[in-house]
Design a protein around this ligand. Structure first.
Ligand code: HEM
Length: 121
């Protein structure tokens, strides 16, 4: 709304400013071992603190995603029904190429092998 400065940069009124979840969710000052896959990090005190200010998969503030609760519930239901029936393994010959758009995704897909779990035993 008015000319500002962010650190050493001039930001004229009317500029588009992008907060990158890619960077903030991997910031070494905010996350321990930021590049490791560790779902348990959200159960630690540090992880809970960081997730309040530096975990933005659905954005934040007045334009936060209206589907956030629905999408989270849906993901939990889908994942729990899939992993009950299948063992998932990455296809190591295929390397996903991450791209940052509104969300971070793979430009060339993510290949996963589904192995049916024999629940009869
Ligand atoms: C994993 C799934 C999803 C992710 C990661 C996601 C992420 C996002 C993000 C990053 C924004 C941008 C907010 C901003 O402008 O700063 C957004 C906006 C929005 N999302 Fe989602 N979303 C998801 C699922 C959904 C679902 C299921 C719905 C509807 C049922 C939905 C409806 C919307 C709407 C309407 C907006 C615009 C909100 C506004 O501008 O006021 N999203 N979402």
């Amino acid at each position: 709304m008015e000319d500002s400065r962010i650190r050493d940069k001039n930001v004229p009124a009317g500029s588009a400013v992008l907060i990158s979840p890619w960077l903030i969710q991997r910031h070494r000052d905010l996350w321990e071992r930021p590049d490791e896959f560790d779902p348990d990090r959200f159960d630690t005190l540090e992880g809970k603190e960081s997730s309040k200010c530096a975990y933005l998969p659905f954005s934040a503030g007045p334009r936060v995603c209206v589907g956030m609760a629905f999408a989270t519930q849906e993901a939990i239901l889908i994942l729990s029904s899939v992993v009950r029936r299948y063992q998932l393994e990455p296809v190591l010959s295929h390397e996903p190429k991450p791209v940052g758009r509104v969300t971070i995704r793979s430009d060339n897909g993510i290949r996963v092998r589904f192995k049916l779990i024999d629940n009869e035993e």
